[in-house]
Write a protein that binds this ligand. Structure first.
Ligand SMILES: Nc1ncnc2c1ncn2[C@@H]1O[C@H](COP(=O)(O)OP(=O)(O)OP(=O)(O)O)[C@@H](O)[C@H]1O
Ligand SMILES: [Mg+2]
Length: 259
């Protein structure tokens, strides 16, 4: 066998299955939304930051787990972050919410602390090490929750100027009535905060949930013009949504813009 033929057959034999192709991430133009974190050299951040946003029960965990499996099987090391997961304040944040003891501003700053801790100690080091960071929600949910509660949008945008601009943000869009069904099927109960019970929209939790989620959706749509999320129709079957996300993330990895 000639050397060329031998190389060809070796290449054929070692050709991986289509979905497990290793995509070498291309460098993206990095920036913070505003002031950022002092002392960080953003040109050193080789990994990618992918955000999956969406309401409670919109399917974020389901999709992220499938994306992790896909990325890991393609040879990428992944790291997962999400709201209220910092080692610094997550437990205190839970306790503060249970007791309903914080004002809007202090609760907002508490969440911002949780975010800043994960940004500095998990997200940035992981990106520096070239890992794929999958974030289950990001600053947008935090901002939308606060805007719905009457806080100043400019103040919030300035606060979250510390955040790194992700490589892609996907918003899993599900109608509030479907969210109720999914949340009930999963937990058999609605969450006090995710139903907006603290802002007095209705005494009936079910009614409050629908009103609150509709308000959140409206706020997300208004933030979209600034932050440019990719809205994903998440009423579709899990596999169909995931194929859509994989296609878009595949494009991000090779440095393309996605529609
Ligand atoms: N595309 C889908 N179609 C129908 N049901 C779905 C779909 N995606 C997820 N589910 C179901 O909806 C429920 C919520 O999904 P999942 O836990 O992934 O959502 P989540 O956004 O992470 O929710 P949470 O806010 O509670 O963390 C689960 O029972 C899941 O099996
Ligand atoms: Mg989840």
């Amino acid at each position: 066998m000639s050397a060329a033929k031998r190389n060809e057959s070796v290449a054929k034999a070692s050709k991986p299955a289509r979905d497990t192709r290793v995509i070498v991430p291309q460098k993206s133009k990095r920036r913070f939304y505003g002031h950022g974190i002092p002392g960080v050299d953003i040109n050193q951040l080789a990994g990618k930051l992918i955000v999956v946003e969406g309401a409670d029960g919109s399917g974020r965990s389901t999709q992220i787990q499938m994306l992790v499996d896909w990325l890991e099987s393609a040879g990428h090391s992944t790291v997962q972050v999400g709201l209220k997961r910092s080692t610094l304040v997550s437990e205190e944040l839970d306790r503060a919410q249970e007791g309903n003891i914080l004002s809007r501003t202090t609760l907002s700053l508490f969440y911002a602390t949780d975010f800043a801790d994960q940004l500095e100690n998990i997200i940035l080091p992981a990106l520096r090490a070239g890992q794929m960071v999958l974030s289950d929600r990001y600053i947008y949910t935090l901002m939308a929750r606060d805007i719905v509660r009457g806080m100043d949008e400019k103040w919030l945008k300035n606060l979250y100027g510390m955040a790194l601009v992700p490589d892609a943000v996907f918003y899993l869009n599900v109608a509030p009535a479907e969210l109720v069904q999914r949340t009930f099927a999963k937990y058999s109960i609605l969450d006090f905060w995710e139903s907006g019970m603290d802002i007095g929209l209705s005494r009936d939790m079910f009614d409050s949930f629908l009103k609150y989620q509709a308000l959140m959706l409206k706020t997300f749509k208004s933030l979209q013009s600034t932050y440019g999320f990719h809205i994903i129709d998440a009423h579709r079957p899990v596999e169909v949504i995931n194929a859509d996300l994989r296609k878009k993330i595949g494009a991000v990895l090779v440095g393309h813009h996605i529609e």
